[in-house]
Design a protein around this ligand. Structure first.
Ligand SMILES: Cc1ncc(COP(=O)(O)O)c(C=O)c1O
Length: 562
């Protein structure tokens, strides 16, 4: 028998050049032809762990160069701090160089294989379409579009992070920004002009609401707030901007089916910060599209592991990359990912690429770029995204369940609870964080074999304190494990009194505490919070020794019962 054949018979790898990713078949996983695997795609876990470079190492191995770290053999990409790039001057011209980064190497196409079992990124819409992504259609054209000239429009370090994000979301392209809010304002610049309307959730990250309501209105853009839990409210905001009952325009002035045509942007945030209300992305995006509005979904809290709005019909996905994507509370960054061009039923291609082009120009002209060091940190943070998110979701779900019956907690807001009004929609539209991963990974974490059923609902939840606003604020000063601080999505757990941060215009209940669950042990987190809730409750509500004693007894019995 040939050596290779013998090795195959023993189940060993006969592709000596297959590289590190190829040699990681886990027991129980279907065996995959390694050459195919390198050619066709990898699981999300592998792509993230290797920072998007998996499958792009030919130059690295052959010593020919091409991969960012090829010159030295470094397995971590370098940072490109240079603000400018030397041209290739000659007597005949003054040419720009073209960067050889993964933007030109098609991370997307490489990672969207046909197989639907374990090793893929992408869903039914993206699978099989990988030959047609704009990045790989015409390499020469792409190079022309992304020459290296100056770091405000383009920089090789952030291009790598963008490629990974576009792959994860199943989008055509991604753009990084200097912050989440810079990404929000670029979307507004790209979609709205004076006289247009934006439909924005009443309940969303407060600075986004204030930006549209107060800031965009200065420039003649009308902002209408909707409540995603009130049936028909979103649709009215998109179609008419007002409650139709209060609309005094005649039928001639407004087409009742298509609305007034003024809404050009529907903003969705699901689940919404900090009460975690759920919006049905598919139906909202379809409604907006039919009325000429672009839908942008802020998916900061779910990350592409738990929900991919582009596959549900949204046009743009926005992330505060400051949060889960980076995950270590040491970078402020934003990202927008755009869908592929869609052809409508009548066969005509829509105007979406123009929106994307305007977005990139908004970043370049607005100067809202991310620094190369921050982009590098973001890429490093994303390499553990899958591991962090799964752990954070599991702990958040455990805490939500326990806190539900805590005597000092009046309500728990967490879409993973079956009692949550948005639970069914969340379950239907969110993906399992295991659906793109190996079965071994799923089993180790949850004990179940049925990966596709393992829906998770994020690492964010809120509780309302029985003792009201004072008890809530007091609780934040009594925790020892939870940091009382703003932001979310980091490895350390944070507790925050949102009403204080959002100010008087906020509709957030005064007794609400927002919890961002980190990577600490669930028992430590519960014990610490429970203790702080009891103590705050005792101090605020029951100054007398008799009540203190009663509370101490309840606390002790709760702890004994654990
Ligand atoms: C859901 C959500 N969207 C957007 C933002 C704004 O992001 P950044 O702070 O990175 O500008 C935040 C920040 O907290 C957020 O939580």
């Amino acid at each position: 028998m040939e050596r290779a054949e013998k090795k195959r018979a023993r189940g060993e790898d006969d592709d000596a050049d297959a590289g590190p990713a190829a040699s990681r078949a886990t027991p129980g996983e279907p065996r995959v032809d390694h050459a195919w695997r390198r050619r066709e795609g990898h699981s999300v876990d592998t792509v993230l762990a290797q920072g998007g470079f998996v499958g792009h190492r030919d130059g690295f191995r052959s010593n020919e160069g091409g991969f960012l770290g090829d010159a030295t053999g470094s397995i971590i990409p370098p940072i490109f701090p240079s603000t400018t790039y030397a041209r290739v001057g000659s007597r005949m011209g003054y040419d720009l160089r073209h960067m050889s980064t993964p933007r030109h190497r098609d991370v997307i196409s490489d990672q969207v294989p046909h197989d639907d079992d374990v090793f893929f990124i992408g869903d039914d819409q993206t699978r099989g379409n990988h030959q047609t992504t704009p990045r790989d259609r015409d390499q020469t054209e792409d190079n022309k579009k992304h020459p290296l000239m100056y770091s405000r429009p383009d920089n090789p370090t952030y291009t790598q992070a963008e490629s990974v994000l576009a792959s994860l979301e199943g989008g055509a392209d991604a753009a990084l920004f200097g912050s989440g809010m810079a990404a929000v304002s670029a979307v507004a610049f790209a979609t709205l002009r004076a006289g247009d309307r934006a439909a924005v959730p009443k309940n969303c990250y407060f600075a986004v609401r204030v930006f549209f309501q107060e800031w965009c209105e200065r420039y003649g853009v009308d902002c209408v707030l909707y409540d995603c839990e009130i049936k028909g409210d979103l649709e009215n905001a998109v179609a008419f901007g007002v409650d139709p009952a209060a609309d005094d325009r005649t039928a001639d002035e407004v087409d009742p089916e298509f609305g007034d045509g003024k809404c050009k942007l529907l903003w969705i945030e699901t689940p919404s910060n900090p009460t975690w209300r759920v919006t049905d992305i598919r139906s909202a995006a379809a409604f907006a599209r039919a009325r000429g509005a672009v839908t942008c979904c802020d998916a900061t809290v779910l990350t592409p592991l738990l929900c991919r709005p582009l596959t549900l019909g949204a046009d743009l996905v926005m992330h505060s990359a400051t949060k889960y994507l980076n995950g270590h509370s040491d970078v402020v960054a934003g990202a927008v990912i755009g869908r592929k061009t869609r052809t409508d039923d009548a066969g005509s291609t829509d105007a979406f690429p123009k929106v994307w082009d305007r977005l990139l120009r908004a970043r370049s002209f607005g100067g809202s770029v991310l620094g190369p060091f921050e982009a590098w940190l973001l890429l490093r943070g994303m390499r553990t995204l899958h591991v962090r998110v799964r752990a954070q979701c599991a702990t958040a779900a455990a805490l939500a369940n326990k806190l539900r019956s805590h005597p000092c907690v009046a309500a728990v807001y967490y879409p993973g609870l079956e009692t949550h009004p948005g639970h069914a929609v969340a379950r239907a539209q969110q993906s399992s964080p295991f659906s793109f991963s190996s079965s071994a990974n799923a089993c180790a974490t949850t004990g179940s074999n049925d990966r596709k059923d393992q829906k998770m609902f994020g690492g964010m939840l809120s509780v309302r304190c029985v003792g009201g606003g004072k008890a809530a604020v007091m609780t934040t000063s009594l925790t020892k494990v939870w940091f009382p601080a703003t932001s979310l999505g980091g490895v350390e757990s944070l507790v925050e009194h949102r009403k204080t941060v959002e100010g008087p215009s906020s509709e957030t209940p005064d007794d609400l505490l927002r919890l961002s669950v980190g990577l600490e042990h669930a028992d430590d987190l519960y014990r610490d919070l429970s203790q702080a809730l009891w103590d705050a409750h005792g101090r605020i509500m029951c100054g007398s020794a008799k009540f203190r004693k009663m509370l101490d007894a309840r606390k002790a019995s709760e702890e004994n019962g654990r």
